[in-house]
Every structure is written in C-alpha cells, then in structure tokens.
Design a protein around this ligand. Structure first.
Ligand SMILES: [Zn+2]
Length: 235
C-alpha cells in the first residue's frame, strides 16, 4: 500500500550494525507499533567486530543467522559484510563487500534488500554506481536534515536526526502539531548500543510514547516509507 494515499505523515527508524542491544530496542519499538530498518554486517558476529564504546560498554554484534524471528516485521538492509569504509576499497573489494552482504541478507531473511546505510556515513559516485547495479534503491548518510521534507535523491538520503539530537523532542512536537499538505517523513537513526552506553533508553520510550498510536501517522520501515510503490521480492 502506498501510504501517501491515506496519510501525510510517516515515521520511520533506521538502526545500524546489528548489535545485541537491538533486542531491547525491538522490545520497545514493537510495544509501540513502530517499524524500523536494520542495517547489518553479515561478516561480523558476537565474537567478531567487538569493540568498546566510550570506555563504558563492550559492544557485540548479534549472530544474525539466529535472528530472523527477532527482526520479524521489520526491514533488513545492507551495511557491508565487514563495515569497511566503502570509498577506500578497490572495485573488486567493493563488489565483494556489498554483493555478499546483500546475498546473505536475502538467504537469512528471505527478502532481497533494497536499502542500505553507509558505514561511517561516507560514499562517492563509484559506491553509488555499484549499489545501483545491485538493486539498492535508497541509501542513508548521517547528516541531520532537521527536516521532514521528501528528498529527491534517495541514494544520498539524509536522516531528520539522530536519536541523541538535542532537537529530537522539539522536532517531535513540531511533527505532531503540523497539518501538512505534502507528505512529511520523520526519519530517526542511531545504534542501539548508544542507549545502553549512555543509559538513556528512557529517551526512546518518551519519543515513542509521544508519537505512537496516531491515526494521522503511517508507521513503516524505510522501504515502505521511501519506496511506497515497491513490493518486497522474496527469494
Ligand atoms: Zn555502522
């Protein structure tokens, strides 16, 4: 269903890296009926890619092969096999990093990915050409737009804001009170380990509580919101 036929506002979430804290994130999002896109690295797992966030939290990835049920109802998207900086790879390495990632996601989750988030937020024309070749239709950076306006270039899509943005709740209020005549998209991104590391899960609870259950807001994954006419391709 194309949400724009029925709504003028859509809310979507985008969370990166497939970390252990996605479990708690999903508990909260599911409780409020929110939909999220998870950008995951299929070459990393609980024992590979571990690092320490701001000296307070050991960050582990999930074993993605065990997670189809966990992520059910949400969207899985490309983030590279190993989270490499895509602009530093040779053409062959770039293909391997993206194509294998897309293929593994398709195999594990049953739907060919159409979206991605750029590791470290970096990209160039070569990266975008490769993504186009692989059937990726939208890709997200990390620069806050602080806007709900639709964006023309979905391969250089920028989020409304990160969940730690000081303007998050002002934007939420503005979004709730607006009566737009053109489609508006509130797009929030982040990493689930940040809530744990900063002990601010209440921020997500408060945000969801404010925005949930509105009959004038469509709650969809990135794909549903950004590509409203696209039907998912199952394997
Ligand atoms: Zn990442």
């Amino acid at each position: 269903m194309n949400w724009k036929k029925q709504y003028q506002k859509a809310l979507t979430f985008s969370y990166d890296d497939g970390n252990v804290q996605d479990k708690k994130l999903l508990d909260i999002l599911n409780r409020y009926g929110m939909k999220c896109t998870f950008n995951v690295n299929t070459g990393l797992d609980f024992d590979h890619g571990t690092w320490v966030y701001r000296d307070v939290l050991e960050v582990h990835r999930l074993n993605l092969a065990e997670c189809p049920e966990l992520y059910a109802g949400h969207e899985m998207a490309v983030h590279g096999v190993y989270h490499y900086n895509l602009t530093e790879l040779s053409p062959a390495e770039l293909t391997a990093e993206l194509q294998e990632n897309a293929e593994t996601i398709t195999k594990l989750y049953g739907t060919a990915p159409v979206g991605m988030a750029y590791p470290y937020g970096v990209y160039n024309d070569t990266v975008i050409a490769e993504l186009n070749r692989l059937g990726i239709r939208y890709a997200r950076g990390v620069e806050s737009s602080h806007s709900f306006a639709e964006q023309a270039d979905l391969m250089r899509f920028q989020p409304t804001c990160h969940h730690d943005d000081p303007q998050l709740f002002d934007l939420a209020k503005q979004f709730l009170e607006s009566e737009p005549e053109t489609p508006q998209i509130f797009y929030v991104w982040g990493h689930s380990y940040e809530f744990e590391g900063q002990q601010n899960w209440d921020r997500l609870e408060r945000f969801c509580e404010m925005l949930a259950g509105r009959d004038d807001i469509f709650y969809g994954t990135n794909r549903e919101v950004l590509l409203p006419d696209e039907e998912p391709k199952t394997k």
